[in-house]
Design a protein around this ligand. Structure first.
Ligand code: ATP
Length: 351
């Protein structure tokens, strides 16, 4: 298998795609372009429509309106088996009475490929997914992670143009899940196949995806790289959904200065005067050592490996303001301590 990344070549174009179930608008006017060899994540809270969108791509759900164009061909009305994309189900759906090798061979036998070709492709895929040693085992003799790899191998062996994955790591425990995230990314890279993955786990999307789409109530809110979505969230919902964000309600004055409960932060904002919410990541705030800044009291210190997140009670928001510090800095702080917070205007957003 070779990896020939050819970014900026659209492989899949979704145009004005909608799906209504009676009065429920599950997917509403979604348009997206997905590049060849991209690892693309569809992300959003439960019920946002991501599974419905994936099922329309796979052909298990007929769109109410819109087009799905794969390599220039509108496939929206083709049945699932006629589409050059493959859906890997969350439940894996392995054949329990077949060995791993037979599970992989089955789809190719259905395509009536010749025996030698099937054997060659299955061997190659077993090797790349680290399953050669398990080729003769049946699924019930495999661990959760191994079963997950078999399901993936079975999808990859058919060499789809696009592989659709619905919560592929949903059944695994946290540790295995984290390992498989990197594994999946490596396999995608090596196979040179476009992956579209559905997840509700924002961290998983940040770790794996080249780009991601955030959905809410069937609507597309933002599409971008993990960095773009994290650093430039399109709205308050996205800002809150991805990573930790502090929100402070206040007003913007005549010169772009934001004020909350008498505390002023000068921002280079082109917003007109009026009510606004300031959004700041924990890393956009630092502790002042000269008495300037927003006064607060540490209520909690959360350990996150290399980082500490201080929870600071202030008068500007109900929720404590979360401030990220290094483990080294973290040693200087304890609960009930009075601190002053400084906001980096370049890293703050106004909604
Ligand atoms: P989850 O993460 O919980 O699986 P999701 O983002 O994948 O959620 P969908 O399963 O796509 O969301 O559902 C989107 C909306 O459409 C929901 O309101 C859901 O109840 C509704 N819906 C989905 N499938 C059907 C169906 N077959 N009939 C009626 N309503 C449906």
């Amino acid at each position: 298998m070779t990896n020939v990344p050819s970014k900026n070549e659209t492989i899949l174009k979704i145009e004005g795609l909608s799906k209504a179930f009676g009065p429920v608008s599950a997917v509403e006017d979604v348009s997206l372009s997905i590049q060849r060899n991209e690892f693309f994540a569809l992300l959003g809270p439960s019920g946002c429509g991501k599974t419905t969108l994936l099922r329309m791509l796979a052909g298990f759900e007929m769109p109410t309106s819109g087009a799905i164009v794969l390599s220039g061909e509108n496939i929206a009305s083709l049945p699932p088996e006629k589409r050059p994309l493959n859906l890997m189900f969350q439940s894996y759906a392995l054949f329990p009475h077949m060995t791993v090798r037979q599970n992989l061979s089955y789809g190719l036998e259905m395509e009536r490929l010749d025996k030698a070709e099937i054997r060659r492709r299955v061997d190659e895929t077993l090797l790349s997914t680290d399953l050669t040693a398990f080729a003769d085992r049946k699924p019930d003799k495999l661990s959760g992670g191994q079963k997950q790899r078999v399901a993936l191998a079975r999808a990859l062996v058919k060499r789809p143009k696009v592989l659709l994955l619905d919560e592929p790591l949903g059944a695994l425990d946290k540790k295995l899940r984290e390992r498989m995230q990197l594994e999946l990314k490596r396999l995608q890279h090596e196979a040179g196949i476009t992956f579209i993955i559905v997840t509700h786990d924002q961290e998983e999307a940040l770790v794996m995806a080249d780009r991601m789409a955030i959905l809410r109530d069937g609507k597309l809110l933002q599409v971008g790289t993990p960095e773009q979505v994290y650093e430039q969230p399109a709205d308050r919902f996205v800002a809150n959904f991805i990573g930790i964000m502090n929100f402070i309600d206040g007003t913007v004055g005549d010169h772009g200065t934001f004020t909350a409960d008498g505390y002023r932060i000068a921002l280079a904002s082109d917003r007109g005067p009026g009510k606004a919410t300031l959004a700041a990541r924990p890393e956009a705030i630092r502790l002042s050592d000269d008495g300037a800044g927003l006064a607060g009291t540490i209520s909690d210190i959360a350990y996150h490996g290399l980082d500490r997140v201080l929870h600071v009670e202030t008068t500007v928001s109900q929720a404590p303001v979360q401030v990220r510090v290094t483990a080294e800095e973290g040693r200087n702080f304890r609960p009930a301590q009075q601190v002053r917070l400084l906001f980096d205007p370049a890293k703050c957003h106004l909604f």
